[in-house]
Ligand binder design. Structure first.
Ligand code: FEO
Length: 391
């Protein structure tokens, strides 16, 4: 699909509706979009390639937009293969084309494409690329948004920000809409994407947002998900909340896993008790069955978390251990946690969960710990009410 997003700026990306898991781990109920753009000025610049899975479509889109011409530049903002997989093929097809990329990306280029030796123009923060007819591309380093070599670029005077992975989301454009304002619920899959892909890198994202603050951005053209053209403050505000680990939705996320229903019943009862205490929003997830990436997303979304876990093999039940490990890996912070453990003969889950949360910065485990022995008792309900009050 080729589509003009502004005068002389053509979308040449492609949807992949067949992929089951992004990065080998994130489910894709509505596919994935690999965005790519062509700036058609006196000089022609291709803005990133795409994933190998959509090579045929992307190359056809590129040829369609070129209409027999040769690109002058191939700009590679990010060397991850979901955007860079077709660099070698493109440069083989157009050997006079200059690859424009960062020094850090250039180091990775030979790792992905052994023996490649293209014409290269290395760019760094503040460098510009003149494309003629008054169009200038300005580069900004965006290290760790999401890899260390990432750059974004800003096209003047059009006001188009080529934002790499930032402001992207899961989902094919054919499913969620080409423009952000056509997407019924951009934030849902953008949040799951952000926290699982970039959650750890809040500080680098904050640095990038600070750089963007001085630009008159009219369109955000990310490498995934819809092109954003209206109400940009909405997306920028969400990114600011997410990357500063602020609370997006006041409420409590109750995450549990259960072997025989006792821990599940305690978790669901805790959710009812929280609502009865006036909690504005209570979200619940079964970590054994629900999407773990969505559970990670919700842990960041809400201000408070309750985790309910059985003891297993003298340790912590595996789905809960995996969940808390993911929170450690993603740099989960600035939150309060309440704990419910279950153990029929020697409860250990509470102790282990406390130890895991103690490794995280600015995470407070709120007392009392609720200890269930196989099935909930009246004493447990009393302790749960105290925990709800304390949270
Ligand atoms: Fe969409 Fe970090 O690649």
């Amino acid at each position: 699909m080729n589509k003009q997003i502004a005068d002389g700026i053509i979308y040449i990306g492609a949807d992949d509706l067949a992929l089951d898991l992004f990065e080998g781990q994130y489910i894709l109920p509505e596919g994935m979009a690999y965005n790519s753009y062509l700036i058609d000025s006196e000089k022609i610049a291709v803005m990133d390639t795409a994933d190998a899975a959509v090579a045929t479509t992307w190359l056809a889109n590129l040829k369609g937009a070129l209409n027999g011409r040769t690109p002058d530049y191939l700009v590679a903002h990010h060397m991850e293969p979901d955007h860079a997989a077709l660099i070698a093929e493109t440069l083989k097809e157009y050997p006079s084309c200059t690859l424009v990329t960062s020094a850090a990306a250039l180091k990775m280029l030979g790792q992905f494409f052994p023996g490649i030796d293209p014409k290269v123009q290395v760019v760094k923060e503040g460098d510009t690329l003149e494309l003629g007819a008054g169009k200038t591309l300005k580069f900004f380093a965006a290290p760790l948004v999401h890899w260390p070599e990432v750059m974004v670029s800003f096209l003047e005077p059009c006001g188009i920000l080529f934002s790499a992975d930032a402001f992207g989301k899961f989902g094919a454009l054919g499913k969620c809409g080409f423009w952000g304002d056509e997407d019924d619920d951009w934030a849902c899959e953008a949040r799951r994407y952000y926290f699982n892909i970039c959650g750890k890198y809040g500080q680098p994202v904050q640095k990038l947002l600070a750089k963007l603050g001085g630009l008159d951005v009219k369109i955000i053209a990310p490498l995934h998900g819809p092109v954003l053209r209206e109400n940009l403050a909405y997306y920028l505000d969400l990114y600011n909340t997410w990357s500063s680990y602020g609370v997006e939705t006041p409420g409590v996320f109750v995450a549990y896993a259960s072997m025989h229903g006792g821990t599940r019943d305690a978790a669901l009862k805790m959710a009812d008790i929280l609502k009865a205490h006036g909690c504005p929003k209570v979200a619940v997830s079964d970590l054994s069955r629900d999407d773990m990436a969505e559970a990670v997303e919700d842990a960041f979304r809400y201000g408070k978390l309750v985790v309910a876990a059985p003891t297993y093999d003298g340790g912590l039940f595996t789905p809960v251990h995996n969940f808390i490990h993911l929170l450690q890996a993603k740099g989960w912070t600035k939150r309060r946690v309440g704990l419910i453990e279950n153990g029929s003969w020697a409860p250990q889950a509470g102790r282990i969960m406390k130890e895991m949360f103690a490794t995280m910065k600015d995470v407070e485990v709120v007392e009392p710990l609720v200890t269930v022995r196989s099935r909930m008792t009246e004493d447990n309900l009393d302790t749960m009410n105290k925990l709800a009050e304390a949270l």
